[in-house]
Design a protein. Structure first.
Length: 380
């Protein structure tokens, strides 16, 4: 009988170098989170991955696979218009990508979109969007309009109190419709504006943008053109869709590959140590950073895989930090118009009084009072 082949952590560490073709084919079949986890398995895997992504366009191929996957998502009939608007928006951003960093970001966004809920609100605005799209197809407009903005926003936290605070903080901007600045004088746009002025329904807010500059850039945002009365308090009827997530079957090859990579990750103690340090126990026990880790963090800064910037406040997150936005341009618009980078979310508003000395004058605190009403307090 032949002796069994022993597999040790050291042999797994050299796997990308000993079997590069097999390793590459396995990677492109994985989801983005598992692919990024491969970099933290060990230094050998990280070095190989950094070399590979620097020399080849690996994320463009992964992004193309994510696009093919998102096109196969099945949507209920009443939500098809909302999904088509978001899908067209994402595909337009994919066409704008020309750097690996952008391809990486789009691959993550598109994969995330396949797993997120879809809901329908602002029915009157969707009817206006449909009319303007028809006008564009007839050649009456230079570019198709985009909106409402709420389609492209998601909260990273599902807590009801946080959702209510964020919803009311962004309420004035969720119903925005973005139109090409060349269509300001288009007859069909003027007609929609006039109908909005005399309508008893909540009319959309209009934002004009140079569509030729794309959605990945962060050019200056034009002033919002508002043609509506002050919005009245109303309950938006929402139709939520439990997404038919395209999760891999337990018998599929991609699921097996993901399981293998997770098993390999468990063989390396540094990764286990990192996960233990990033648990909730870190709130009680301070984490000591080694000098070598600091040097690695400095190397990561400015690279393709650099981590997110530190939080704006040590105790409370800002609306910006809790918001998942499909486009950098939309994010900058909300920063300029709503100041979401300076609004701290505190679900229990009465807790603010305990930490007022720790909150800077540039922040505004938003939270729920004892009656469940959203309150805001400027700290300046």
């Amino acid at each position: 009988m032949s002796a069994a082949v022993s597999v040790t952590p050291s042999s797994w560490a050299k796997f990308p170098f000993s079997h590069p073709c097999s390793f590459q084919k396995m990677l492109v079949m994985l989801d983005t989170s598992t692919i990024l986890d491969c970099r933290v398995v060990c230094t050998d895997w990280r070095d190989w991955w950094d070399w590979f992504t620097a020399s080849k366009t690996v994320w463009s191929s992964i992004s193309s696979r994510m696009v093919a996957r998102v096109l196969r998502r099945k949507i209920r009939t009443e939500l098809e218009q909302v999904w088509d608007i978001r899908l067209d928006f994402l595909l337009e951003m994919v066409d704008e990508c020309w750097m690996e960093e952008q391809e990486l970001s789009m691959a993550i966004r598109i994969e995330r979109a396949t797993k997120q809920f879809i809901w329908c609100e602002f029915d009157d605005t969707l009817k206006v969007i449909s009319q303007l799209h028809q006008a564009f197809y007839r050649g009456l407009m230079a570019s198709p309009c985009v909106g409402p903005v709420c389609i492209f926003l998601r909260s990273k936290v599902a807590h009801p109190s946080v959702l209510k605070v964020m919803g009311e903080t962004l309420a004035r901007h969720l119903n925005c419709v973005i139109i090409d600045e060349r269509d300001k004088e288009a007859g069909v746009v003027r007609q929609c504006l006039l109908r909005a002025m005399i309508s008893c329904q909540q009319a959309p807010r209009w934002v004009f943008k140079d569509m030729d500059l794309g959605w990945l850039g962060e050019e200056e945002v034009e002033d919002v053109q508002q043609y509506q009365p002050e919005p009245e308090d109303c309950n938006d009827n929402q139709i939520s869709d439990e997404p038919e997530e395209l999760t891999p079957s337990k018998f599929s090859f991609s699921y097996i590959l993901s399981s293998i990579f997770k098993l390999v990750s468990g063989l390396f103690s540094p990764l286990k140590l990192w996960r233990m340090l990033t648990t909730s126990q870190s709130d009680v026990m301070p984490v000591t950073t080694l000098e070598g880790d600091e040097e690695e963090d400095e190397e990561e800064k400015g690279s393709l895989y650099s981590t997110a910037p530190p939080p704006a406040h040590d105790l409370f997150p800002t609306v910006l930090e809790l918001l998942d936005c499909d486009s950098p341009w939309l994010k900058k618009m909300l920063i300029e118009k709503a100041g979401i980078d300076k609004i701290l979310v505190v679900p229990k508003f009465e807790e603010v009084t305990k930490h007022m000395k720790d909150v800077g004058a540039q922040f505004t605190v938003a939270g729920l009072d004892m009656f469940g009403i959203v309150r805001q307090l400027g700290c300046g």
